[in-house]
Design a protein around this ligand. Structure first.
Ligand code: GLU
Ligand code: MG
Length: 430
């Protein structure tokens, strides 16, 4: 039985290149926030199925420290276990006390610094996550798309997710039944870029945990079956300068300030290569086809759910300066959130460096307009990344080699399986 008097575990965690949260625990009183806990470089080379990519740059050599960021604490309360588990997200450090060049969270910090130093801008962001719930026998919860019946059938799961997030300091905006069978979505309030990513990591783990406690399974697999509704990760982004919103200009193109226009033009310019990081599994591309309301073309559009970048509406009565934001729709939960954000911020910096402009605002269905298609396969996205000399500068070479090694190892593991069988394998992992 659970006892409140038992000292919690502190779990020092990293989110890795396949977006799985891994780490080490110790009794909370033993946690030394300065020296952290030990870690192994090759752990970064684990693929979604728990095998090490081979080759990888690290092999059996080296040591790291996981240094916890105490502000990220989230408590996982067990109904059935003796100890609570407090999760602390960590940065990976080398043994001489420097941020490790392959650490995703540290990589994002560099991207944030670049945008701040070169352009005086900060990103404010929020991740939207969709996921599917199943009962232990594999059946879906009953209910209709977006239905009150779906919402009520999920109780007390939904209430407990909400409460666990609030307790972890994650402010939610909406909890909603989605279109797919047993599919739900959670939206969070916007935060600074690093915190938004921390919350994305914690939110998914809390949802999985609360689901388990309710004898459900929550899966964030990008697409459970080639014919099924996809689970997207949409990233809402706005810009601030000196603490003031800087995305909106009523005279700008589709309401975008000239700064926002150049920044998002940078994202469009690098979109194909970015896909290799934001939708990096062997099934991610199955979700990113037209008519799925995911992302059906490399373009920016107003209120357009098939544009890669959706300019979100401004509800009447709200302050456009505060509310105006653009949504990147082509990420999924197999992607590391810090690296998703790092790609987007680096692309924005590059768009600003080059003073890029947006040629076309796509307000029509993407089928009716001549816009570039998203890469049809992950290997096409990887080829675009490999050919993109600017993107190569955003990551350490060992980080790139590990990322690509993981993709090759997953491709090899799944060789010969059809789409449905591949989806089933990822469904188990996420
Ligand atoms: N399920 C869609 C996706 O895979 C998103 C639907 C929506 O919320 O607009 O991205
Ligand atoms: Mg949705």
């Amino acid at each position: 039985m659970k006892s409140d008097s038992v000292e919690p575990f502190a779990f020092i965690a990293v989110n890795d290149l396949v977006a799985i949260t891994r780490g080490r625990s110790l009794p909370k009183s033993e946690l030394n926030p300065t020296s952290g806990v030990g870690w192994v470089p090759a752990d970064l080379a684990l693929n979604a199925f728990g095998a090490l990519a081979d080759p990888n740059p690290f092999g059996a050599l080296g040591d790291l420290r996981l240094i916890p960021d105490l502000t990220t604490k989230a408590v996982f309360r067990g109904k059935e276990y003796g100890r609570d588990v407090e999760i602390y997200l960590a940065d990976q450090y080398t043994m001489d006390g420097k941020p490790w060049e392959c650490c995703p969270r540290s990589n994002l910090k560099i991207a944030i610094e670049r945008l701040r130093n070169d352009h005086g801008l900060e990103v404010v962001a929020s991740f939207e996550h969709e996921f599917v719930t199943k009962r232990e026998d594999g059946s879906s919860l009953p209910g209709s798309p977006f239905g009150l019946d779906s919402m009520l059938a999920s109780e007390p799961f939904g209430s407990e997710v909400w409460d666990a997030c609030v307790a972890a300091g994650i402010e939610l905006e909406n909890w909603l039944p989605e279109y797919g069978a047993g599919q739900f979505e959670v939206t969070m309030t916007p935060q600074g870029a690093l915190t938004a990513c921390d919350h994305a990591v914690i939110l998914k783990e809390l949802i999985r945990h609360v689901a388990r406690e309710n004898k459900l399974r929550a899966t964030f697999v990008p697409i459970p079956h080639p014919d099924a509704v996809g689970n997207g990760v949409h990233v809402h982004i706005s810009l601030t300068k000196n603490g003031k919103p800087f995305t909106y200009d009523p005279k700008g193109k589709a309401g975008l300030s000239s700064v926002a226009e150049s920044a998002f033009a940078g994202v469009l310019d690098h979109a194909e290569g970015i896909l290799a990081w934001t939708a990096p599994s062997q099934i991610s591309a199955l979700r990113l086809t037209p008519h799925r309301w995911s992302a059906g073309g490399i373009c920016i559009g107003r209120q357009n759910r098939e544009a890669l970048l959706r300019i979100c509406p401004i509800p009447s009565g709200s302050d456009p300066n505060k509310i105006f934001n653009v949504e990147y729709r082509a990420a999924d939960a197999t992607a590391n959130p810090y690296l998703v954000m790092s790609c987007l911020i680096n692309a924005m910096s590059d768009g600003l460096d080059r003073d890029l402009k947006i040629d076309q605002i796509v307000d029509d269905h993407v089928d009716n307009v001549d816009v570039p298609q998203l890469p049809a396969t992950l290997n096409d996205a990887i080829a675009a990344f490999n050919a993109n000399s600017v993107m190569q500068t955003w990551f350490a070479k060992d980080l790139i080699d590990t990322h690509l090694g993981i993709r090759a190892s997953e491709e090899k593991t799944l060789a010969g399986l059809d789409g449905a069988a591949k989806c089933a394998r990822y469904n188990e992992a996420y």
